[in-house]
Design a protein around this ligand. Structure first.
Ligand SMILES: Cc1ncc(COP(=O)(O)O)c(C=O)c1O
Length: 318
């Protein structure tokens, strides 16, 4: 089978399964990875089996987008990384300036102008116990890859998603604002979504309120107002979510944070998800119920268009 590395080469209208198979997995593409201060070939970019990021999911990360040579909201991503690290008492091995420079250089080394960037800091190598204080040096690596997440048809027609049984971890256990390497409950949610034939899924918090999706924030439009669950309901403070909040103000569309149940989504006029990978993607069905007209709505369109304009001008030139 031919392996494509460029989404632009992809024929439209492929089934989702075929679509994922047509892309070379990121790990199979030759690229330069930033790893602990050096650029190494992807085949040589290895971390120890004793790294606590691997042994325990002990670490933090960011998923970032590069658009036409511009890293979208890089400062916000770096700030969130710093807060995540602070919250788990992980001292970042580099300063903000150094991480910014390494991120830009990773894109340049790979000759990329559009990319998905994964920035990861783990607790580093330690012994087999939990104790993070026995891990003297964090591991940091940055991958910049061409990968693209959803085919265009889903932006045109909208996604049909489901609510999954797995709940978002409660704030008393792991505050959802921490973008940690512990994604197992989101992964279970993703598996359940696939079992129900959906690409994304709503995850509820322990109280039964909508928190977010497995890797996206959720918004609805009701009677002209955009509504999204508060971070305190179990949502990550998404960078794209923040951009949409700014875009709503720019467009003059009222927006508020509010508790949300599945009922609110079922009875919404429009629904869309946001994430660095997904950008702004319409949802037209939840749990078999058609949302609004069953087509991506006008406010979703306006937000998506404004978002696509913004990503080209807002951020850090590499
Ligand atoms: C659980 C979760 N929620 C929301 C998001 C969206 O956040 P952002 O817009 O910063 O990518 C992500 C993205 O990685 C995520 O993993």
């Amino acid at each position: 089978m031919k392996i494509w590395t460029n989404p632009a080469d992809l024929k439209q209208n492929l089934a989702d399964e075929d679509w994922t198979k047509l892309f070379a997995p990121a790990y199979a593409v030759k690229m330069k990875i930033y790893l602990d201060g050096k650029f190494v070939d992807s085949s040589e970019a290895k971390v120890s089996v004793f790294d606590h990021g691997l042994l325990y999911g002990d670490g933090v990360f960011e998923g970032i987008r590069l658009y036409d040579g511009n890293i979208f909201r890089l400062e916000e991503h770096l700030e969130r990384l710093e807060y995540s690290a602070k919250a788990i008492m992980l001292k970042l091995p580099l300063t903000r300036d150094e991480i910014r420079a390494a991120t830009c250089e990773t894109c340049r080394q790979n000759g990329l102008t559009d990319a998905y960037i994964r920035l990861v800091v783990t607790r580093g190598v330690g012994d087999l116990g939990l104790a993070p204080w026995l891990c003297p040096k964090p591991t940091i690596f940055i991958i910049a890859s061409k990968i693209s997440l959803y085919p265009q048809e889903h932006y045109d027609n909208g996604l049909a998603i489901v609510t999954v049984p797995t709940r978002r971890i409660g704030p008393a256990s792991l505050p959802p604002a921490i973008k940690s390497l512990n994604y197992l409950n989101n992964i279970l949610g993703k598996i359940e979504a696939k079992l129900f034939g959906a690409l994304e899924a709503i995850m509820l918090n322990e109280q039964g309120y909508v928190a977010e999706c497995t890797a996206d924030n959720v918004f609805i439009v009701h009677k002209g107002t955009i509504i999204t669950p508060a971070a305190s309901q179990g949502a990550l403070k998404g960078i794209t979510r923040g951009a949409v909040i700014d875009i709503a103000a720019e467009l003059g569309v009222p927006l508020r944070e509010s508790d949300m149940t599945r009922y609110d989504i079922w009875c919404a006029d429009e629904c869309f998800l946001t994430g660095s990978g997904a950008e702004v993607i319409p949802v037209v069905k939840l749990d078999g119920r058609v949302i609004g007209t069953g087509k991506p709505g006008p406010i979703t369109h306006r937000v998506l268009e404004a978002f696509r304009r913004r990503v080209l001008i807002e951020g850090t030139r590499i």
